[in-house]
Design a protein around this ligand. Structure first.
Ligand code: MN
Length: 192
């Protein structure tokens, strides 16, 4: 059985104007699809073909890890965004953010800084481990499950995530995503 590109959880134009249809056509339709295609080519005829995506991520490195992790990361990123997202959190995640960061505003500062200061390609994450919520930034395809942590939310800070809409202005992209698109229902569903 081969891996498939999961359906996008909204229409291609649903995140505009914060993330354009053109960005999603390339980012989802081309980049995410290419990671899926590469992964299938790499596992074809090997013992990895019968493993789950998570099993491959945890047991691999190099090109196989990069493509498998990027398939997982992008699916998680699409779900971290919502056309009706953004603003202050609600539900259990709101309490946990208060405990971990002091306030929603302090969380925004720390999450933004991680996303803005990740040098080169990578990801900013809200994660949960044994000590509660915290922020993690990772390079390239690296992701929380390789660090024994659970992902709660992510922002993709590879240039392909924002260059069409924001050119080099990564901070504007990060601010716009946090203000307008963060999917707090998804974050709540990821809590332990
Ligand atoms: Mn990406």
């Amino acid at each position: 059985m081969s891996f498939e590109l999961p359906p996008l959880p909204y229409e291609l134009d649903a995140l505009a104007p914060h993330i354009s249809k053109e960005t999603l056509e390339f980012h989802y339709g081309k980049h995410h699809q290419t990671y899926v295609t590469n992964l299938n080519n790499l596992v074809e005829g090997t013992d990895d073909a019968s493993k789950s995506l998570e099993e491959i991520i945890l047991s691999s490195d190099g090109g196989l890890f990069n493509n498998a992790a990027q398939v997982w990361n992008h699916t998680f990123y699409w779900n971290s965004l919502s056309p009706s997202g953004g603003g202050a959190p609600t539900g259990e995640i709101a309490d946990k953010i208060g405990s971990a960061f002091g306030s929603y505003e302090d969380f925004v500062t720390e999450f933004s800084q991680a996303a803005i200061t990740q040098f080169g390609s990578g990801w900013a994450w809200l994660i949960e481990d044994g000590s509660g919520l915290s922020i993690l930034k990772t390079a390239n395809a690296d992701l929380p499950m390789k660090h024994s942590a659970k992902a709660i939310l992510t922002i993709d800070v590879w240039e392909h995530a924002y260059y069409v809409d924001y050119r080099n202005a990564r901070p504007k992209y990060v601010e716009s995503v946090i203000e307008n698109l963060i999917n707090w229902d998804f974050a709540n569903s990821n809590l332990a």
